[in-house]
Write a protein that binds this ligand. Structure first.
Ligand SMILES: [Zn+2]
Length: 446
């Protein structure tokens, strides 16, 4: 299928093909090509002009060349590689510069060429990852992190999501669609009906919210969901979970109550809303893993739910294992501000007597905590090797980075450097340690 929409040179065709899927596949390929980069081995598979190998676009895209300008140009990158070393002639380096590319962004492999999907940390392409990268993302809403949670039952979350998205057939929404109706709140009969009035401003709603806040012993008033949730900001986790669930229960109860009056001609009943709030809270009491303190026993008793006492702290046995003669220990840490932000790393080197040999620290551009930890390991081992220390013991308190180093499943950007490090060491072990035993590296990185 792919061959049918590519020219002999490997570019996408730019003429009409009588196929229902052709336009979609072409569009998807263009999107995917934008986020792929070659890691260079022997260069046999890489098109010098059309493939991304020196950055995040090709020379073709960087210079904005029309397809016909490259007709017949099928040069592969292997013609520039001698003995696994890329030797770019001056005119190609100049072209790369004009195309906004740099040889510093070239990623090399000790094996054969392979293509990486750079949004993924390991470079693996997946349909799910591609969907996440290419889908249209709306701005984040403040309520999503509260609604979609393990302690809110999906059935309840679905109703609240609809209310937050204003997907409700209120009189206000019907009028917005051009239908002229006489609008009246089903609860108080004194105001026009809108979702904000029904849930937050109506006298009936306010009575219910006052009752609910009293049960949780919260003081202060609120006029929307954000303010309501904020009331619990100083509470312990289990009370926060229960309160958020209660707010959602209140919103759902008021909406269902309105529908009951509207569709079934039922009388106004405060007990109906209270029942729904109670069922939301009971459900969350089983789903929430937050702990309680003895001071919250009153709130738990109000709703008839059990306490969740925090487990006693465990003591962990910890011993110091001396190094072998001539072994060098590297204590490593990497950090990123904001978990996608400016980062740094720190490494301390000690000999088998515990004496400091060297301290290394450095800054990193925008990165994640995990990537900073992995970079710290690679930088530390490279620095040790450059000083002739090749019997190494690396300690980091990031267990995921330690697992990645031991299973060679490092990020694709570091994988080749790590493979070279592993081969150059006579002995290399990477182990996990506790934060308390890694303090000096932590200080350097931060
Ligand atoms: Zn009202």
């Amino acid at each position: 299928m792919r061959l049918n929409i590519l020219t002999k040179e490997g570019a996408l065709i730019n003429y009409y093909k009588p196929s229902s899927i052709c336009p979609g596949v072409k569009k998807a390929l263009q999107e995917i090509d934008k986020k792929c980069q070659w890691v260079i081995g022997n260069g046999a598979k890489i098109d010098l002009w059309r493939d991304c190998w020196a950055g995040k676009h090709s020379i073709h895209k960087g210079l904005n060349l029309p397809d016909h300008a490259l007709k017949g140009c099928t040069l592969k990158l292997e013609s520039l590689i001698q003995g696994l070393i890329l030797r770019c002639p001056t005119h190609i380096t100049h072209l790369l510069h004009l195309a906004g590319l740099s040889l510093h962004d070239v990623k090399k492999s000790t094996d054969e060429d392979y293509l990486v999907w750079w949004p993924d940390i390991k470079g693996h392409f997946s349909a799910q990852g591609a969907f996440q990268e290419t889908r249209f993302k709306r701005p984040k809403v403040h309520w999503s992190k509260h609604v979609w949670n393990s302690y809110i039952h999906p059935k309840h979350a679905g109703t609240v999501w609809k209310l937050c998205s204003k997907a409700t057939a209120t009189d206000e929404n019907i009028k917005k669609r051009g239908v002229t109706i006489a609008s009246k709140c089903r609860h108080c009969g004194a105001q026009e009906e809108s979702l904000i009035h029904l849930i937050w401003e109506c006298v009936f709603a306010k009575e219910m919210w006052n009752w609910l806040a009293g049960k949780f012993k919260f003081r202060g008033t609120f006029t929307d969901m954000k303010e309501a949730i904020k009331l619990s900001k100083n509470s312990i986790p289990r009370v926060v979970h229960l309160w958020i669930s209660a707010v959602f229960g209140g919103m759902t109860g008021l909406w269902k109550h309105r529908n009951k009056i509207f569709f079934q001609d039922k009388a106004v009943s405060k007990a109906f809303c209270e029942g729904i709030v109670r069922s939301h809270i009971i459900t969350t009491s089983y789903l929430s893993k937050g702990h309680t303190e003895p001071s919250d026993v009153g709130i738990m008793n109000e709703w008839g739910i059990h306490m969740n006492v925090v487990a006693a702290r465990r003591r962990i046995h910890c011993i110091w294992i001396p190094l072998a003669i001539a072994q060098v220990k590297l204590n490593i840490d990497g950090a990123a501000k904001g978990n996608l932000g400016p980062g740094g790393f720190g490494v301390s080197f000690r000999d088998h007597n515990g004496n400091f040999l060297y301290v290394l620290g450095g800054g990193l551009s925008n990165t994640t905590c995990y990537l900073a930890e992995c970079t710290a390991i690679v930088e530390g081992v490279e620095a040790a090797l450059s000083r002739g220390w090749n019997n190494l013991w690396v300690e980091s308190y990031s267990s995921t980075a330690v697992t990645a180093a031991n299973s060679s499943s490092m990020s694709w950007e570091l994988l080749n450097r790590w493979k070279l490090c592993s081969r150059a060491c006579t002995s290399l072990q990477v182990t996990h340690t506790w934060r308390e035993a890694n303090q000096e590296a932590d200080i350097i990185a931060n």
